[in-house]
Design a protein around this ligand. Structure first.
Ligand code: 13P
Length: 245
């Protein structure tokens, strides 16, 4: 029997409460069929109401402030506040935040520290863009992104890594299964070299995951799970991944 995988839904800036509520209600009504672990990352406007209503579902945020205290940081939500609304995880360093909001490694590393301080598990997103891939720099970029933000501190063993090639996000393109599997092994090797605390760290794949390719990804022994964008908004697509064994 295959080991259960971790499927993370990144809803990005989508859904009103009613749609999100119906989605979660459907999941709960079919929970006996679910074979994998899962986390839903709704927009922050929805987390409180959903987590209050659906105690059996693990929720994550899509970002968290680098500052762990109250203060004059307009627009930010910190990890203590996420904890207060029953959030257990947060995405950090998603490529859309790196690109649109110019988040760099120094900010991302503060965000990870801040999340861990409140016992929120960070899901660190890493991945090369198209130019970096064309130059053959994928490994170099991943090593940089990992080494710059991950420390040899034992609380870091809670970090989850999501390998998301930027060129695969929302494009319908993915690396081959061999490439994904090898890259994930490479990430695990980089982490193992860094410290033994990383020996059980989960490494997920994300980027144009859909119902057609998800089975192949989930059957691969090196891929510990999936980070799903567009397909996580379609109940039947997302649920087929949760059911897959
Ligand atoms: P898509 O699955 O829509 O390509 O998005 C991937 C992603 O960015 C998940 O974080």
């Amino acid at each position: 029997m295959n080991k259960a995988k971790l499927i993370v839904a990144n809803w990005k800036m989508n859904f009103f409460y009613k749609q999100a509520y119906n989605f979660c209600k459907k999941i709960i009504s079919k929970k006996k069929q679910i074979k994998n672990n899962f986390i839903i990352c709704p927009p922050s406007s929805l987390i409180f109401r959903l987590s209050n209503k659906f105690r059996q579902i693990n929720f994550g945020a899509q970002d968290c402030s680098a500052v762990n205290e109250f203060g004059a940081y307009t627009g930010d939500i910190n990890s203590k506040m996420l904890k207060d609304i029953n959030c257990k995880y947060t995405l950090i360093g998603h490529s859309e935040r790196r690109e649109l909001y110019k988040e760099d490694e120094s900010l991302i590393s503060l965000k990870i520290l801040s999340a861990l301080k409140s016992n929120i598990k960070p899901i660190l997103c890493v991945g090369e863009n198209l130019n970096q891939k064309r130059r053959g720099d994928t490994k170099k970029i991943l090593k940089y992104q990992l080494n710059k933000v991950l420390l040899k501190k034992k609380e870091f063993k809670k970090v989850i890594i999501a390998y998301e090639p930027v060129w695969a996000i929302g494009t319908g393109k993915t690396p081959s299964i061999e490439d994904i599997s090898n890259t994930i092994l490479y990430i695990k090797n980089v982490l193992a070299k860094k410290s033994s605390i990383y020996k059980n760290v989960l490494v997920l794949y994300g980027g144009s995951v859909n119902t057609n390719n998800s089975k192949l990804f989930l059957n691969n022994i090196n891929i510990d799970g999936l980070l799903v964008g567009g397909a996580s908004l379609i109940f039947n697509s997302f649920f087929s991944m949760l059911k897959h064994k």
